[in-house]
Design a protein around this ligand. Sequence first.
Ligand code: HMG
Length: 404
Amino acid sequence: MVGIESLAFYTPGYYLDLTTLAEERGVDPGKYLIGIGQEKMGLLPPDEDVVTMGAHAAHYALKDVDLSTIDTLMFATESGVDQSKAAAIYVHQLLGLPSTTKAFEIKQACCGSTAALQMALALVHQKPNKRVLIVASDVARYGFGSSGEPTQGAGAIAMVISSTPKILEFDPESGSYTEDVMDFWRPNYMDEALVDGKYSIKVYLRALSESWKQYHEESGRTYNDFARLCFHLPFTRMADKAHTHLARVSGNREVAPNALAARHGASLAYNRVTGNSYTASLYVGLTSLLETSDEDLTGSRVGMFSYGSGCMATFFSGVVMEGYRSAMDARRHHEMLQTRRELTYRQYEHFYRFRLPIDGSDCNTPRYTAGWFRLAGVKDHKRIYEKVVKDEPSGTLTHTEMVV
Ligand code: HMG
């Protein structure tokens, strides 16, 4: 038995309401709220990055875990902070992991986290007394004023994979699909992704049917074997499109919209207010499903679809463990979302335009973070991270005053 022993997620303490963005862009808010299915987008302040977000999530995922059993830390991201050094090494240091723990970075757009997961499953099968920590952390950024803008967001997940899962046990079967396409990419000289939006949706759906086909052939399972489904969520309406498509290609043409929503609805709640978090997105959806579903999901089989532009995709599944609710951190996650601060449009633009120096000069970043770790600045071309000192017991996140 191999699966998820602990699972935690993080999104920064700031967001922009999409009705504010709609007003500024002269767009009917219904397009964002209903057509795209997003209400708010999480925004990264100047003193946070994928390292600080990932370290914050991992801090909680590891709270009941013996660190000496962590064999490997795999960090999945497409918002890397260095061309050579893995973000995993910074997290390794911030969390005080043993020097015997391997730490490295994995990339294939949003699917990098699932590639890490598949490696982790194999590793734990080989060494059942060891654990793997997977961190997936990303900032979704598109051109200012572009059609991708309302699908921005930020967040991280951390999960411990072990032979003593408390949350979900994975099935051994999976189906994958790889094709060289230019639907979404980010050249090294750009901070924002380039995207062929409508085409990316088509490729996502093609990758879903192809990976489903292989999964179905390998496992013999059919659509009706899944009590719940989680999809990669670049925006939550994508789940409706994906689910309708999956029902059709798996031979279930007559599934009513409310029956589709009953199977995936609870997985959308968190992403609707955080926005896309690329590698973390599917697993934020899984967290949302397990924490916001009214029903007890014990014993339910969950189908999961991971899509990474470019493209690689994987369909896989798992069964929810008895007692999973007590292994989740629903109250803290809920509080984290409730205590975020809403930004004005001008403040959003200020965050968006902030850049660390690119000429090698030193800088100290302004203090904004709501998390446990912050990027204090850059000195001698080196990123300087620090732990944030505050009163933990209340779990209350405090924000320093905005200077904008
Ligand atoms: P757009 O072209 O501005 O929007 O961009 P649209 O015209 O297609 O409208 C969107 C929906 O809103 C449509 O519904 C409209 O009818 C509806 P649909 O036809 O899709 O059912 N609409 C309204 N609804 C209610 N009231 C209204 C109203 N007006 C219109 N008044 C797009 C949309 C998603 C393409 C754009 O935001 C974009 O390019 N986003 C980024 C790319 C993306 O998210 N692609 C998804 C698949 S690729 C992927 O998932 C990978 C990714 O995560 C990256 C990675 O792997 O690393 C992105």
